[in-house]
Design a protein around this ligand. Structure first.
Ligand code: HEM
Length: 229
């Protein structure tokens, strides 16, 4: 690539400098990626693994919405169509299905690691609390997604799950119709769970993940405990 005579930089370097002066790319790179971190171990990759799974679930979920129809008379057939007719539909659904289980496991292991290194203590209390909310959201996403195929397993799992919520003392009887949209599981439940699954929970997840990551960048991560500590 030819150098520009005035500065001695090629076009790519010139473009980077142009962007950097305006958007502060180098500062973002240094703050987010080139941070000094203590010597860690593989357990410290579980947070990033959770993040990769969030992205994978987001992408495969968006692809599934192209064919999935959230109505009681079409949901089951639309999933069948995705599995048998759509090119690589089985793969996209398979990744989304198993990715959900993997996400619960990986996020839980990440929480265990944070607990065992004492990362819930000062000054990381808010990181821990946002993490706890993230775990809750991941579980609500799993529960709401389970109903969407509208098969027997989905229907009865949701019947049992919402009955459990309905059995909570005092608030239970109030909670049940809110969750189901009526006394029974039907079109309103499916619409409600679909809304939770693709809008409310993902938005809350992304918002909280940004706070979680901001705090990790601001405070830094813990060093693993030494043998003689
Ligand atoms: C979607 C879920 C989650 C994502 C994407 C996520 C992401 C991350 C990332 C990337 C890190 C930095 C690297 C690391 O230490 O692994 C981290 C650290 C941390 N996370 Fe999470 N996390 C999630 C859930 C949770 C949960 C459920 C908890 C606990 C209840 C939690 C508590 C923490 C704490 C305390 C740290 C600081 C760890 C340290 O300083 O050693 N996170 N998280």
């Amino acid at each position: 690539m030819a150098d520009t005579p005035a500065t001695g930089e090629n076009r790519i370097e010139g473009l980077y400098r142009w962007l950097d002066e305006r958007a502060g790319l180098t500062t973002i790179w240094k703050t987010v990626f080139a941070r000094a971190v203590p010597k860690t171990n593989w357990f410290y990759t579980l947070g990033s693994a959770s993040m990769v799974l969030v992205m994978l679930q987001g992408i495969t979920g968006m692809l599934l919405t192209i064919y999935y129809v959230p109505s009681p008379d079409k949901a089951y057939d639309s999933i069948n169509f995705i599995m048998n007719q759509v090119a690589f539909g089985w793969l996209i659904r398979g990744i989304h299905h198993w990715g959900a289980t993997l996400m619960v496991i990986v996020v839980f292991l990440h929480m265990l690691k944070a607990f065992f290194v004492g990362a819930y203590k000062y000054p990381r209390e808010i990181t821990w609390l946002t993490g706890a909310a993230l775990l809750l959201i991941v579980m609500v996403m799993g529960f709401s997604g389970y109903l969407l195929p509208w098969n027997q397993k989905a229907y009865w799992a949701t019947t049992v799950g919402t009955n459990i919520a309905g059995a909570v003392p005092v608030v239970g009887p109030l909670l049940l119709p809110i969750l189901r949209g009526s006394q029974d599981i039907g079109a309103l439940t499916l619409a409600r769970f679909y809304g939770l699954h693709i809008w409310w929970m993902p938005l809350a997840l992304l918002g909280l993940m940004m706070v979680h990551l901001y705090l990790i960048i601001r405070i830094g991560i813990t060093a693993p405990p030494e043998r003689n500590e």
